[in-house]
Each structure stands twice: as structure tokens, then as C-alpha cells.
Design a protein around this ligand. Structure first.
Ligand code: S3P
Length: 433
């Protein structure tokens, strides 16, 4: 099993390019596959999650070329052009892949089975199976609503007006993608607005869609037109170097041209409240997505109550935030984040247990934790096969008084291949691949 050994670094310096956005890369493959014509994707995340999605479409009869890493040329088969696959479709570690595909495949003429790795096999799928069933889909889950998903093709879907009980872009997207094939209008409303990449990308591929903060609406019966997509750098991957730049004394880092969609940048607001020195430079736009350089210099951070309305906008950044909190002065209070318990691992428990191992007091609640800032010591950390837990502790280790061993790091390749080498180039003490 792969592991990292990490320890205290000197100040971090330099500029770093961050890999492509995972959420956008998944969606770009999916819509390009269903479009009429050839689409080119640049900045594609060359990670295991997004490669799994590309492989699924190859199994469904879509020709996808890889002219170079981070590029894909997708020969779209048209909205009704997918072919019945042989055998099961493997989504790997990717919740986004499985949940969005459930929506798409529920509307096909053929049966399919979606499987995932050990972590994905423990993640809740009723949140998509239930609304899809309301549309007329037939999806069998395992006991407890878990994968694999057996999807019965040949069902006629109809539009629904779905008020999602969870703020989840994956749920919203699964329902909207099924809605492309449904009779009538499919509308989704959410308790808090979530990332709107599916909506924006449907628009980019020419599908008529209406959407605003916390709602979206599509009708069936249109077609998608091939287009070229430029994927911005993933804010969630940038979060690790960003927090490292805040907490390692003397650091001065520039993270280049990072995606700054406001539904993703809640961590920036939280870190600013903690007293971070982060400047947004060279702001611009790329295919309608805001992007900017993030210039971070180390400062002393103070504990905060994370505002509840920031939580959905930083849902993937809590492992990094817990590290910032552990190294801040005072207590940081996280609430309203129960969704963290059903991510690639139970991220509240994984971070709380890991931080306690390193000597930090953390009081867990069902939907969050109080993290008492203090001194981080050495120790052995279990990442539970969760990429973001591993990367967060690699950051925390840069301020540790002793050596930190981080176990089970292979899954970092799902979202951030090359993380260790890239962070070493900034001055991290991080040994292993
Ligand atoms: C994602 C939505 C979020 C996020 C995940 C990616 C997406 O999940 O945590 O990493 O691409 O739609 P939820 O929809 O479960 O909140």
C-alpha cells in the first residue's frame, strides 16, 4: 500500500499550475459523447475518476481520442446513439460519475449496471434513484440504497418538479440529464444553490435550459451540438497549496489561473475571515467561468465559526479547512456539514481522528466539529483511501513537530495525479509518490 512520509518544511515559495476541474471534466465527456459532431476538450483532468467516466463512454460505443494528456477529442454519437455495453460499467471512485450516469442511463433503451470501488460501493444512491423512479425510471440498488445500480432500460420517462432535500449538484444533475429524455418539463429546486456546471454546459452544447440560483428546468426532445470546452484548474485541488501557503511561516505562493466559480470558493471566504492574506490577481474568464491567480502569503490565522451559508460552497474543502483550523489561534466551529459523512470517507471522523492522533483536540458533532487550534505533532494517519484526507494531512505535516506517515495515498490519483511532486517543487517535505 502506498504511503507518504512528511515533516516540517521551510517557507514555501513559487508558482504552481493546478490540474483541470474534476466536476467540469466529467460533464464535458458526458455531453460531448451525446452531441452531434466532434468536440475537443482541453485542460481535461487526467485523473482516475474522470478517466473512468471516459472509459464508460468508450464501452457505450463512443470514440474518444487522447492526442495528449489533458486533451480529449470526443466523437459524439448523438442523443440517442449510445450502444448497449457488454458487462458492467465501472465508475471507480467517482460519485459524480455514478450519479450523473444513473440519470443518463435510466433513459436509454438498454439495461446497464454501474459498479464502483470499495469506497463508492458504500455511498448512498437513493438520493438519485428515488427522483429518477418518480420520473418513471427503474433502478435497483443493493440493500441500504448502495451500488451496484442495475438500471432497466426501455422506460418512458416523464418530467417532474423535484424539490431536492439535499443541496447536491450530483442529484440536480442526474435529474436534469434524465430530463433530456423525458416527456415535458423537468424542474429541480435545491435548498441551497450548488455548482451549476451541468446547466452551463448544457447551454454551451446548445440545449435550451432555464436556470438561476437554486433552480433549473429542461425539456426533453432537443439535440446537443458539439463544441470545444476549455476546463479551468480545479479550485478544490488548489485548496491544499492555498492552505499550505497560509500556514507555513514565510510562504509566498501563486496558484495559477484557478477556477473561481462562486459556488466553489467558500473556502476563500472562510480563510479570509480567519485572517488569511490571499490576493486575487489577473482575474479573467474562460468559457464563461471566472478564473484568477491566487497569491497567498503566510499569516497567523484565528479560529472562526464557519458561516452556514458558506458550507455548500466549500463542501469538498473541509479537509483543508480542518488543517487551517488546527493551526489557527482559538476554536473553529463547523456545523451544517453532515454531507461530509457520506463523501469518499466519513470526512468528519477521518479528519477528527487524524488530528487527535497529531495532538489536536477536536470535538465531533453529527454535522460538524469544534477544532481547537494547537501544536501539530508527528504520528501515523489513515487516509481511509480518501484523496482529500491524504492531501490535507500532507499540508498539516508541513507544520508538524515530528514525522507524519500518511497511509493509503494511492487514491490521490483520482483527482490530483502528481500532487506530491508538485508540492515538493514548492518546498514541501513530502516523501513518496
Ligand atoms: C460534485 C458535487 C458535490 C461534490 C463532488 C462533485 C459534482 O457532491 O462534493 O466532489 O461534480 O457535481 P454532492 O452533489 O454530493 O454535494
Amino acid at each position: 500500500m502506498s504511503e507518504w512520509i512528511a515533516g516540517q518544511s521551510k517557507s514555501l515559495q513559487g508558482r504552481v499550475a493546478i490540474p483541470g476541474d474534476k466536476s467540469i471534466s466529467h460533464r464535458a465527456i458526458m455531453l460531448a459523447a451525446l452531441a452531434d459532431g466532434v468536440s475537443r476538450i482541453d485542460g481535461f483532468l487526467e485523473g482516475e475518476d474522470t478517466r473512468a467516466t471516459a472509459n464508460v463512454f468508450a464501452r457505450l460505443g463512443v470514440r474518444i481520442e487522447t492526442p495528449s494528456p489533458s486533451q480529449r477529442i470526443v466523437h459524439g454519437v448523438g442523443i440517442d446513439g449510445l450502444k448497449a455495453p457488454q458487462g458492467t460499467l465501472d465508475c471507480g471512485n467517482a460519485g459524480t460519475g455514478m450519479r450523473l450516469l444513473a440519470g443518463l442511463l435510466a433513459a436509454q433503451k438498454f439495461d446497464s449496471t454501474l459498479v464502483g470501488d470499495e469506497s463508492l460501493s458504500k455511498r448512498p444512491m437513493r438520493r438519485v434513484a428515488d427522483p429518477l423512479a418518480q420520473m418513471g425510471a427503474r433502478i435497483d440498488t443493493q440493500d441500504g440504497g448502495l451500488p451496484p445500480l442495475h438500471i432497466h432500460g426501455g422506460q418512458a420517462l416523464h418530467g417532474i418538479d423535484y424539490a431536492s432535500p439535499v443541496a447536491s449538484a450530483q442529484v440536480k444533475s442526474a435529474v436534469l440529464l434524465a430530463g433530456l429524455y423525458a416527456n415535458g418539463t423537468t424542474r429541480v429546486t435545491e435548498p441551497h444553490p450548488t455548482r451549476d456546471y451541468s446547466e452551463r454546459m448544457l447551454q454551451a452544447f446548445g440545449w435550451p435550459i432555464r436556470f438561476g440560483e437554486g433552480w433549473a428546468e429542461v425539456e426533453g426532445g432537443h439535440r446537443l451540438a458539439a463544441t470545444d470546452i476549455q476546463v479551468p484548474a480545479d479550485f478544490s485541488s488548489a485548496a491544499f497549496a492555498l492552505v499550505a501557503g497560509c500556514v507555513v511561516p514565510g510562504s509566498d505562493l501563486v496558484l495559477e489561473q484557478v477556477g473561481m466559480n462562486p459556488r466553489r470558493t467558500g473556502l476563500l471566504r472562510a480563510l479570509e475571515l480567519m485572517g488569511a492574506d490571499i490576493r486575487i490577481e489577473n482575474a479573467g474568464g474562460q468559457d464563461g467561468e471566472p478564473i484568477a491567480d491566487l497569491h497567498v502569503r503566510a499569516t497567523a490565522l484565528r479560529g472562526i465559526g464557519v458561516p452556514l451559508d458558506c458550507v455548500p460552497d466549500m463542501i469538498d474543502e473541509f479537509p483543508a479547512l480542518f488543517i487551517a483550523a488546527a493551526l489557527a489561534d482559538g476554536v473553529t466551529r463547523v456545523r451544517g456539514a453532515a454531507e461530509l459523512r457520506v463523501k469518499e470517507s466519513d470526512r468528519i471522523a477521518a479528519m477528527a481522528n487524524g488530528l487527535r492522533t497529531l495532538g489536536i483536540r477536536v470535538d465531533e458533532t453529527p454535522d460538524g466539529a469544534d477544532i481547537h487550534g494547537g501544536t501539530v505533532h508527528g504520528g501515523i494517519i489513515e487516509s481511509h483511501g480518501d484523496h482529500r484526507i491524504a492531501m490535507a494531512f500532507a499540508v498539516g505535516a508541513q507544520r508538524a513537530s515530528g514525522e507524519v506517515t500518511i497511509r493509503d495515498t494511492a487514491n490521490v490519483a483520482t483527482s490530483y495525479p502528481g500532487f506530491a511532486a508538485s508540492m515538493r517543487s514548492l518546498g514541501f517535505d513530502l516523501r513518496g509518490d
